[in-house]
Design a binder for this molecule. Structure first.
Ligand code: PLP
Ligand code: ZN
Length: 376
């Protein structure tokens, strides 16, 4: 582990813990029925390893400085001036997370999870997934020569299942999404290392992995020097990505590298975060139609999502399934072929500009989380 790590702490109640494995998050908050993620306290400076590429540039701020790599991170940004003009915005960019090795942002999380599993001498990695996380974890586990098992529901798209199994990973199938967490709870421990959430209400994925998402904020800081966007739109289900990006910007602010943090906007396929008022509301279930956007269709909310919005002065917005479906073509006509679960940021942006929630002339980055070749 990175020697700069001093301790872990709960993002909700701030209790301090020795660095270790807490698949259920903060034990105190779990007891009260409001599971909350743990994060890390680091000693040492925020610094870039200039000679390195990808996530290793920022290894000083990650839990592992050495991790299995497939060439993740260092994703480009694409400027969309025609779209900015059409909407009256100062600038619109995409951050191309679909250009990661397995075609999604998850490739920033799994190298660190696999590194942790290796250090703890785990025999097996396990995760619940609707597709992207399963493929990504399976590939990184294969690279590190660790066996892997992905728990999926029976309606997973066949392409995803085939990709997971091509790595040698096993799949376990359940009827419903929630039942996947029962399997995870039964298996975790005894040499099985759990990568993803296993609770209801959910806590989020493994803390070591979440740290990898900080590198998106660090890269944007390097790619748009002195010119970070006013708003960053992120597709959200359990808020792993949203929270990780938030922490990255908080680090940059604390290190004196930036004066202001972009407002994070959580984009959902139906109202979940939008219906919560307090951190305690996160324990509810929120039903809605999400079949066109299976990667972000979970019916739960996490405390980490709510805190990321609170800390950045952001908010949540939802778009309909019909809007999400047509967004693939809308983004395609700007040259970006995205999975529906990430293309839906475009109708969200249009709605926010129309409603005046994003002001004219503002600058915006859309987090293009996943490649369109995954669309069924
Ligand atoms: C395409 C895509 N976008 C965004 C997300 C965001 O998920 P989370 O909010 O859990 O970070 C996911 C997660 O599976 C995804 O597959
Ligand atoms: Zn706590």
């Amino acid at each position: 582990m990175n020697k700069a790590i001093r301790s872990m702490y709960c993002i909700r109640c701030k209790a301090e813990f020795a660095a270790g494995d807490y698949p259920s998050g903060c034990p105190c908050c779990q007891k009260t029925g409001h599971p909350a993620s743990l994060s890390f306290r680091y000693d040492g400076r925020w610094e870039i390893h200039e000679k390195q590429r990808g996530m290793k540039r920022y290894a000083a701020m990650l839990p592992y400085e050495d991790f299995p790599t497939l060439g993740e991170g260092g994703t480009p940004i694409t400027s969309l001036p025609a779209l900015a003009e059409e909407l009256g915005l100062g600038a619109v960019y995409t951050k191309n997370e679909f250009q990661n090795p397995t075609g999604s942002h998850k490739d920033r999380m799994n190298p660190l999870i696999v590194a942790r599993a290796k250090e703890t001498g785990s025999r097996m990695l396990i995760a619940a997934s609707s597709g992207n996380e399963g493929v990504s974890l399976a590939c990184y586990a294969a690279k590190a020569k660790l066996p892997c098992c992905i728990v999926v529901t029976k309606n997973i798209a066949p392409g995803w299942k085939k990709a997971i199994e091509a790595t040698g990973a096993a799949t376990i199938m359940t009827e419903t999404a929630m039942e996947r967490w029962d399997v995870l709870r039964e298996k975790t421990g005894k040499g099985w290392f759990c990568a993803t959430n296993l609770l209801d209400p959910p806590v989020g994925s493994c803390s070591y992995g979440l740290q990898g998402y900080k590198t998106i904020a660090y890269e944007l800081y390097e790619q748009l020097p002195g010119n970070l966007p006013d708003y960053l739109l992120v597709p959200v289900t359990r808020g792993d990505l949203l929270w990780g990006i938030c922490e990255g910007f908080l680090d940059l602010k604390k290190a004196g590298k930036i004066a202001a943090i972009p407002h994070l906007i959580a984009v959902e396929p139906f109202e979940r975060i939008e219906r919560t008022r307090t951190l305690e509301d996160a324990a509810g279930h929120f039903e809605g139609k999400g079949d066109k956007t299976p990667s972000i269709a979970g019916t739960t909310v996490t405390i980490q999502s709510l805190l990321a919005l609170e800390k950045t002065g952001g908010f949540a917005v939802s778009v309909s399934q019909a809007e999400a479906e047509s967004s693939v073509g809308e983004m395609g006509r700007h040259g970006l072929y995205l999975e529906t679960s990430s293309a839906l940021l475009l109708p969200a942006l249009k709605k926010l500009v129309r409603d005046g929630r994003i002001p004219k002339k503002a600058s915006v980055v859309l987090t293009a989380t996943s490649h369109g070749f995954k669309n069924p």
